[in-house]
Design a protein around this ligand. Structure first.
Ligand SMILES: *[C@@H]1O[C@H](CO)[C@@H](O)[C@H](O)[C@H]1NC(C)=O
Ligand SMILES: *[C@@H]1O[C@H](CO)[C@@H](O)[C@H](O)[C@H]1NC(C)=O
Ligand SMILES: [Cu+2]
Length: 627
């Protein structure tokens, strides 16, 4: 709730009440497991029985209440304690959004209510495909293509959500923008700019069309990134390397539970959030118990506002999780390229437009990383006649997912360290969104172009990426507090020291986990900008809220054309007491992206990370136990 201003901060969570839980789940079933294909089928059947014309937009686990999950984990419950598995579905029928809860155990609909607030659910893949095909059969568009001397068979169109700009009444509509393939696969570098169609998704019809400007389509030369189009010499100069674990990995996977070293955690896949880490706990050998660290962590939203004010661009303020689905956009990881050879993988399930389960193989990979780094070391040269050198190499556990949201590829790594550290790294690569332009050189540009000229007729638009993580840390239990600790310069008074200044902080030895932010970027938009009203969580990098099961999506449950009435910023206005309570930490990884020539035609990975570090949590370096 307060701005996080500079680098000299450390943020500490500490607990006041100790709960001791046994954290070893029973084999098989886990209450937080994602819905199985047969459960998804069950949802489809039940909903189709009660609604004739229905399209599916989201189906996922309606997770049980936290106390129930914890009490199940403590095993003080009978085996049938969790017989009620509940699914949550968002569907559209008769141009209305329905929220449906289904009891999978009794195979019945628990509730079915029409959502009458603002905003729309996630788009499904099939409606995006259908909308993208409409211009190709639309005579005015065909005429526009002919007028430009382009070949319609080489044209392809993509769907863009349109945001909200203060309209009272909205339709479920998207913008459709088209590209030219002709000689490349990198069509994103070949926009047919100046033309835009608006499609009503419920009617699946073009409701508005504008051919405003003739702008040259950037050429295909130099845009292709396929191996077959490259001088492969470049890629083969590195001699072969291998990673081998002849005795197999040191982790075990039981259902969705992973155990590695002293860590236990649960993984699940959600078509909106993608990868969800739950119930991460670490064994403390001295206390001889598992200690809770994080109840749940996931990417709650990914906000990408563009800074281009032209008619075909200004509305581009995407909510990639809430509009497109980070899980729905997840792609199968390529063995040996996306993940090392010692990786194992997991699959993910989602639902398609008609509710049938779809399958993403290799959606997560899990591997031990030994990248030649050091966990800790010391060389002691100070003892006469003796040199002591001790080095421990670092081995970590990585869980990875890649989500390709149209042009961009986001690589998300959750990395667990033997020292109790959780490190989260986000990598961005893929293709820029570029605008066609008459210019071929920067010296020709007179007016504001809202970006960088990357190649002839190609402007990479300025934009941001804000990934907000929901981090429900439960350090040694639910009751946690948050301390923002500022390092302050203190003047030395009197003659106690020749020094004139030093710094200090008020934090004591509270048991805690510390958020170590990466370089921080927050929004540069004005508060009254519609995009900012919707993405208000970008105003600060750190927020703390009281845990509330339904407050999951920092940009609102219905992010498409949302109006900012259900987001992290509005929830926090309730000013709930957060001291010694079950609290959730929200942290935004932000990038201001000023495209550069090297981002063309495909962007080298740009990464940012943060850490959650045990701080006075263990009695000492947890990697040393004296004999
Ligand atoms: C247009 O593209 C199609 C498909 O690539 C190709 O078969 C056709 O020959 C092209 N037409 C012209 C006039 O170049
Ligand atoms: C939980 O959050 C929702 C959405 O912000 C709110 O409507 C509800 O009142 C909250 N519940 C409690 C118990 O605060
Ligand atoms: Cu970018």
């Amino acid at each position: 709730m307060r701005p996080f201003k500079g680098p000299n901060f450390s943020l500490i969570l500490f607990f006041l009440i100790v709960h001791v839980f046994v954290l070893l789940p029973a084999n098989g079933f886990h209450p937080l497991d994602p819905l199985t294909p047969s459960e998804l089928n069950q949802v489809q059947t039940l909903i189709k029985k009660s609604h004739k014309d229905v399209t599916f937009h989201y189906v996922g686990l309606d997770e049980p209440d936290k106390p129930k999950v914890l009490s199940w984990l403590s095993r003080s419950q009978p085996p049938n304690f969790f017989q009620h598995r509940i699914a949550f579905a968002v569907v559209r029928t008769n141009s209305q959004t329905h929220e449906i809860k289904i009891d999978l155990s009794s195979n019945s609909i628990l509730s079915d209510k029409v959502y009458d607030g603002d905003g729309y659910p996630m788009l499904n893949n099939e409606e995006q495909t259908a909308a993208g095909e409409l211009p190709l059969k639309y005579p005015p568009f065909i005429a526009s293509i002919e007028k430009r001397g382009l070949n319609l068979s080489e044209v392809l169109c993509e769907v863009f959500t349109i945001g909200w700009y203060g309209e009272k009444n909205t339709k479920r509509a998207v913008a459709v923008m088209c590209y030219y393939i002709d000689g490349t696969v990198n069509f994103y570098m070949r926009p047919i700019d100046g033309i835009m169609a608006t499609v009503d998704l419920d009617k699946m019809k073009i409701i508005q069309y504008r051919d405003r400007l003739m702008i040259p389509v950037p050429k295909a030369d130099g845009t292709d990134y396929r191996e077959s189009k490259q001088d492969t010499h470049f890629d083969t100069r590195i001699k072969s390397m291998t990673i081998s674990q002849p005795n197999g990995p040191s982790f075990t996977i039981d259902g969705s539970n992973v155990r590695w070293e002293d860590w236990v955690l649960h993984l699940s896949f959600d078509m909106r959030a993608g990868l969800i880490i739950s119930l991460a706990s670490i064994y403390d050998p001295e206390k001889n118990e598992y200690r809770r660290v994080m109840y749940r962590g996931f990417i709650s939203e990914l906000f990408v506002p563009y800074m281009d004010l032209t008619e075909e661009w200004y509305y581009r303020t995407f909510f990639d999780a809430g509009e497109y689905g980070l899980g729905l956009c997840a792609v199968p990881l390529v063995p040996l390229r996306d993940c090392p050879e010692n990786a194992v993988s997991m699959d993910g399930y989602f639902i398609s437009q008609d509710g049938a389960p779809g399958y993403i193989p290799n959606v997560f990979c899990i591997f031990e990383r030994r990248a030649g780094d050091v966990m800790w070391r010391h060389t002691e040269l100070g003892i006469p006649g003796q040199t002591v050198t001790e080095v421990r190499p670092e081995t970590t556990l990585v869980v990875r997912m890649v989500s390709t949201v149209g042009n961009y590829d986001y690589i998300v790594d959750w990395e667990f360290k033997q020292t109790g550290i959780i490190k989260v790294t986000v990598g961005m690569t893929g293709l820029l969104e570029v605008r066609g332009s008459v210019y071929t050189h920067k010296d020709q540009i007179q007016e504001e172009v809202y970006g960088t000229i990357l190649a002839e007729n190609t402007i990479g638009a300025h934009h941001d990426h804000f990934l907000i993580f929901s981090l429900d840390l439960d350090v040694d239990g639910d009751a946690n507090s948050f301390i923002k600790s500022n390092l302050k310069t203190s003047r030395v008074n009197g003659n106690i020291s020749p020094r004139k200044s030093y710094w200090r902080t008020k934090v004591g030895n509270y048991v805690g986990y510390r958020l170590v932010p990466g370089s921080v970027a927050r929004t540069l938009l004005s508060d009254d900008d519609y995009a900012q009203i919707r993405g208000a969580f970008t105003k600060y990098n750190v927020w703390v809220t009281l845990y509330n099961k339904t407050e999951k999506w920092a940009g609102g449950l219905y992010a498409d054309q949302s109006r900012g009435d259900d987001n992290l910023a509005t929830w926090s206005l309730r000013n709930r007491d957060i001291e010694n309570k079950d609290i959730v930490l929200w942290y935004t990884v932000g990038f201001h992206h000023v495209p550069c020539q090297e981002d063309f035609p495909v962007m080298p990975m740009l990464t940012e990370s943060f850490e959650l570090r045990p701080t006075n949590f263990f009695e000492h370096n947890p990697r040393l136990i004296e004999r």
